[in-house]
Design a protein around this ligand. Structure first.
Ligand SMILES: Cc1cc2nc3c(=O)[nH]c(=O)nc-3n(C[C@H](O)[C@H](O)[C@H](O)COP(=O)(O)OP(=O)(O)OC[C@H]3O[C@@H](n4cnc5c(N)ncnc54)[C@H](O)[C@@H]3O)c2cc1C
Length: 498
């Protein structure tokens, strides 16, 4: 029997996961990727021969990858070396206001007590418990479902399970709900920041996003050699099962006949036939007709969704002074409401933005602040307007000066040199991920229905599937992988049934 031919467009985490899973199940898989490397957003930038992770840096939910490798007859630990981090993240509001969260939950409670008092520590304990309940309720009923609906969710949760969710008032925003647990604005800010993991505002996201807090409490790991190694490992796993990879290969059109996909056409005109296609790019590109006018019909109505956040990022090698950096560090702005008003309502760079810094040589891989300087990745949230606004050199220069001089307020000095710094703007992200304006997490998770509005694995076109962080169940490396698994399962089910 000839084996079914599957084309995966894109070697991001979702595409790689689908490819590995389908190849392991004996399908003939071809991955076509326009970049010259696997990983998509999980990319590294080279500065002086040192690879700097310049996409995701926080690795959580390792069990999703352990399951994937073991289902393919392999073991994650044979491909990657992971180190648990003792400090999940260091948070700062000024030179004298710092708070670490730890992988040891009791230690975090104690740290919060020391930082903000016993009542806030109790609030954190209650908040963590609610975050756990939400996570456990939604894990099986929502996250692992290929196209969840509100009715379906109620049905699967059962009355008792749904009671767990309604305990948090689904119409309340994350920010409002955090007020029930914390009086200290700084803690509200810290836990509200989890909404930015899906590129959204804490003032508009549903309270269910507090489940991210639970995910981080289950562990954060560093990967030896950097996050990019995860993409390389998934690529290797797929290849070992016979998947073929073609890099530097852009798909121009998804071919559709009689409502069903029949293959793809590349930029040079080559046609590759297939029995099924998985699209790992942003669904916005599909909906906007970047893969052909017929393929755009796969997602009617998608174009009007609110975009999630983009970012300005600095990948650099520099010496630092003053502030004792952990691996993950967050420097909070003084006015969170104003920051998100700038980002979403005015669609402009914030006057004063919260800055995330990943100091990649700290933590598990300790070589610290060496004489040549250390590898840093700095991220400032930005509006996803890269398709309509140039973010030119003078605007970026001004923003950079503001951001790095503000760091001195927290006691941190970064001795940065232009030739050892690479900046990525929303306009550049828009080039890398077309039709997004630079949005990095698909559509924004704003309003209680938002999670149900993400496109699911199946589309309106038969045998054309979606995988990636911009589809259900959501943004982030583990969710993109989950979506890759869901797409592969749907495809397998559909091909198996014919
Ligand atoms: C700066 C940054 C920081 C982040 N931090 C974290 C973090 O700490 N933790 C976390 O879990 N997540 C984080 N994320 C989110 C996470 O990286 C993404 O959700 C996830 O990697 C998305 O994977 P994906 O499967 O959607 O594929 P993508 O990474 O979006 O890749 C899609 C691929 O498809 C290719 N492609 C698209 N169209 C075509 C075409 N027509 N032909 C050929 N190829 C095509 C693209 O070139 C690309 O390689 C971060 C993201 C960014 C950008």
């Amino acid at each position: 029997m000839p084996r079914d031919r599957v084309i995966v467009i894109g070697a991001g985490i979702g595409g790689l996961t689908s490819a590995a899973q389908l190849a392991a199940r004996g399908m003939r898989v071809r991955v076509l990727e326009s970049a010259d490397y696997p990983g998509g957003k999980m990319r590294q930038i080279d500065i002086n021969g040192r690879g700097i992770d310049s996409g995701p840096t926080v690795f959580t939910m390792r069990w999703i990858f352990e399951d994937l490798f073991s289902d393919a007859g392999a073991s994650l630990s044979d491909y990657l070396r992971l180190q648990p981090l003792e400090i999940i993240a260091r948070h700062a509001w000024s030179e004298h206001e710092r708070l670490d969260l730890f992988s040891d939950h009791e230690r975090s409670i104690e740290a919060i007590g020391d930082f903000a008092g016993a009542a806030e520590a109790r609030g954190y304990r209650a908040f963590s418990e609610q975050a756990r309940i939400i996570y456990e309720t939604l894990d099986k009923t929502f996250i692992r479902d290929t196209r969840p609906s509100i009715l379906g969710l109620v049905g699967r949760c059962g009355i008792r399970g749904f009671g767990n969710l309604s305990g948090i008032k689904p119409y309340d925003s994350l920010w409002q709900t955090l007020g029930q647990y914390f009086k200290d604005e700084r803690l509200r800010q810290l836990f509200g920041r989890y909404s930015t993991y899906c590129g959204s505002s804490p003032f508009e996201s549903p309270a269910t996003l507090m489940l991210i807090a639970h995910v981080e409490q289950q562990g954060v790991w560093s990967i030896e050699g950097g996050m990019h190694q995860l993409a390389c490992a998934l690529g290797r796993l797929a290849q070992e099962h016979g998947a073929e990879f073609r890099y530097g290969t852009r798909v121009e059109e998804i071919l559709v006949e009689h409502g069903r996909t029949t293959g793809v056409r590349l930029a040079d005109g080559e046609v590759i036939p297939a029995d099924a296609v998985i699209f790992n790019g942003d669904p916005a590109a599909l909906a906007a007709g970047h893969l052909g006018a017929t393929a755009a019909k796969a997602l009617p109505g998608h174009r009007h969704a609110t975009r999630s956040l983009s970012a300005i990022t600095w990948s650099l090698v520099a010496k630092t002074e003053g502030f004792p950096l952990a691996r993950h560090n967050v420097f909070f702005s003084r006015d969170y409401a104003a920051e998100f008003k700038d980002l979403f309502r005015h669609a402009r760079l914030p006057d004063e933005g919260t800055l995330y810094i990943c100091a990649q040589d700290r933590g598990a891989e300790l070589d610290g602040n060496s004489t040549e300087g250390e590898r840093l990745f700095c991220l400032l949230n930005a509006p996803a307007r890269g398709d309509v606004h140039p973010f030119d050199a003078s605007e970026i220069d001004q923003c950079e000066q503001r951001v790095f001089s503000l760091l001195e307020r927290y006691g941190l000095r970064v001795c940065k040199r232009a030739q050892e710094t690479q900046v990525t703007t929303p306009a550049r992200f828009d080039q890398l991920f077309p039709a997004t304006g630079g949005a990095l997490y698909g559509q924004a998770t704003h309003g209680w229905r938002a999670s149900f509005n993400r496109p699911g694995s199946r589309t309106r076109i038969h045998r054309l599937y979606l995988a990636g962080g911009s589809t259900h169940p959501g943004a982030g490396v583990p969710m993109a992988a989950m979506s890759g698994r869901l797409a592969a399962n749907c495809l397998f089910e559909d091909l198996g049934s014919t």
